[in-house]
Design a protein around this ligand. Structure first.
Ligand code: GLN
Length: 193
């Protein structure tokens, strides 16, 4: 019997339904996560894009801070855009909020592409995955990555995707295109975890 992987999508604020669809299209079950009990049903977790200070506040209000940290030690986590910010260890640059979860050894700058490049789409070459279409919306970038974190892609010299063990982060929105490459890779990590 084949048991389908269950991808939980943190459903507190932001681009939730697109991630739920994408996980299904990549061959997994998907479920919305708003509580520690929901999280216990999942084999992997997506922290979506949205507004990182709002998501951070809701994580704490819903008692999910410690459960998500514990989950991330033994399960795959994908953080996209605001989710990347929350997975980081520290926020660099002018915005010092929110306090990230520290799942991965990266320092991030919120809204790091500035006003001119507020939102844009570009083909992005990702190490080990080929070229994927990448949509950036008021995106952060990775200022620095510690020795444990591997940068997988950059735009104009700015790191926008990285991986550290179970944790995969992208400054862009793989759920907003039809391309399943990043999602298939993430769902593949469930079997390996
Ligand atoms: N700019 C947002 C933040 O800093 C992230 C934007 C996004 O997730 N699309 O929280």
């Amino acid at each position: 019997m084949v048991i389908m992987a269950r991808v939980g999508v943190l459903a507190l604020q932001g681009a939730v339904s697109e991630h739920l669809d994408m996980a299904r299209r990549a061959g997994a079950y998907s479920l919305a996560v708003t509580s520690p009990d929901d999280l216990a049903q999942a084999d992997a977790l997506v922290i979506p894009g949205g507004e990182s200070t709002a998501i951070s506040r809701l994580i704490r209000q819903n008692g999910l801070e410690d459960p998500v940290r514990a989950f991330a030690r033994s399960h795959p986590v994908l953080g996209t855009c605001a989710g990347l910010i929350l997975c980081g260890r520290e926020i660099g640059g002018p915005d010092k909020e929110p306090q990230p979860l520290g799942l991965m050894d990266i320092t991030v700058e919120r809204n790091g592409f500035g006003r001119q490049a507020d939102s844009f789409e570009t083909p992005l070459t990702v190490e080990g995955m080929g070229t994927v279409p990448a949509v950036f919306i008021r995106a952060p970038y990775i200022q620095s990555a510690g020795p444990g974190a591997r940068v997988l892609a950059s735009v104009g010299g700015r790191a926008v995707m990285a991986e550290q063990g179970n944790i995969l982060v992208a400054a862009f929105h793989p759920e907003l295109t039809d391309d399943l490459t990043v999602y298939r890779y993430f769902v593949g990590k469930i079997k390996a975890a």
